[in-house]
Write a protein that binds this ligand. Structure first.
Ligand code: NAX
Length: 325
């Protein structure tokens, strides 16, 4: 039996976590032979609700779960953490401006970045799901000076999976027939789902669908999918977000076998995106590391979209610059 690893989940009493915790506990993320210690964090007001979730985890009698810790203290939640999934965030309240939302979340993620810095495993892998995910990841990373910036990532995998599913439906194929999908930039309505390099059953996607469909249907549908789900369900996406978080962490930890996936990662100048933002890139994962897929030609349409989503990320950064110090 392997040594247990510690998996921290924040926002643990919330709706994404209600799906995520059980998927992780059942072995979907790290494999069926990896024992797990769950470290669940929420705010004091949500601890009673979290107690209910913990009772349900206990009642599943998961063979892999060695211990469940539920706490409102980030220092306790991140103690020795190997994998941190930062899901909890402040939702936009009535009359709240974008800047207020950014600031409220910036405070949460600076505290959590500092706690990860102080307490987590030196090899911790961090995934930020809570919105605005890219900028929250940037804040957490900037507050964890002793950790490598590459250890902090943001989730664009739900957008990636949505793009796969839209293209599969359009081409009458399965998502598993599709390779080399990319989500560039921010997890927001400016994200750029790019099929320029995508293959469907080995054929170039751009030869199977027309550009008008890409611009007028595919891109807006993927960008606006979150809003469409809220409209239909009366609640934001939860199970699909949890499933994508599992995909992101599993691929990062266990590798992608040469396949491309999209991850929000600290920009390093690749593709002209200057350092200083957390940006969605195509990556390949192996040996617990990710590497950006390099050398792709970028056409004029793509360049415009990639720059627009970068611009939004720079504006988000400017609104919380103070908290990056
Ligand atoms: P819920 O409101 O159901 O749950 C959020 C939980 O976080 C609550 O239990 C709350 O008490 C807790 N929380 C708030 N502040 C906290 C703090 N400082 N420390 C620990 N816990 C804290 O939201 P849910 O539907 O689970 O969504 C969570 C976040 O994911 C939201 O920010 C949402 O916008 C974001 N999403 C991100 C997605 C992505 O692809 N990156 C997609 C889905 C989702 O919209």
């Amino acid at each position: 039996m392997k040594k247990p690893v510690k998996v921290a989940i924040t926002g643990a009493a919330g709706q994404i976590a209600y799906s995520l915790i059980f998927r992780i506990a059942s072995g979907s993320m790290l494999g069926p032979d990896q024992p797990i210690i769950l470290q669940l964090l929420d705010i004091p007001d949500s601890l009673e609700k979290l107690k209910g979730t913990v009772m349900e985890v206990d009642d599943c009698a998961f063979p892999l779960v060695q211990e469940v810790i539920a706490t409102a203290d980030p220092m306790e939640a991140f103690d020795g953490t190997d994998y941190a999934l930062l899901v909890g965030a402040r939702p936009r309240g009535p009359g709240m401006e974008r800047k207020d939302l950014l600031e409220a979340n910036a405070k949460i993620f600076s505290v959590q970045g500092k706690a990860l810095d102080a307490k987590a495993s030196r090899d911790v892998k961090v995934l930020v799901v809570g919105n605005p995910a890219n900028t929250n990841a940037l804040i957490a990373q900037s507050n964890a000076k002793s950790l490598d910036p590459k250890q902090f990532t943001a989730m664009v995998r739900l957008d990636h999976n949505r793009a796969l599913s839209q293209l599969a439906a359009k081409t009458g194929t399965k998502t598993t027939d599709i390779e080399k999908m990319i989500i560039w930039g921010n997890h927001s309505a400016t994200q750029y789902p790019d099929i320029t390099h995508t293959l469907v059953g080995g054929k170039a996607a751009v030869n199977l669908v027309d550009q008008e469909w890409v611009e007028k249907d595919f891109i807006p549908t993927v960008q606006q999918r979150g809003a469409a789900i809220i409209k239909a369900r009366g609640l934001s996406s939860a199970a699909s977000a949890a499933s994508s978080a599992v995909d992101h962490m599993r691929d990062w930890a266990l590798g992608t076998d040469g396949k491309w996936v999209s991850m929000g990662i600290p920009s390093d100048g690749s593709y002209g995106i200057k350092p200083g933002v957390v940006y969605g890139y195509p990556v390949i994962c192996a040996n617990g590391q990710y590497e950006i897929v390099q050398g792709l030609p970028v056409n004029e349409f793509s360049r415009g979209r990639m720059d627009a989503t970068e611009k939004e990320l720079r504006e988000e950064r400017a609104a919380i610059e103070e908290l990056l110090k």
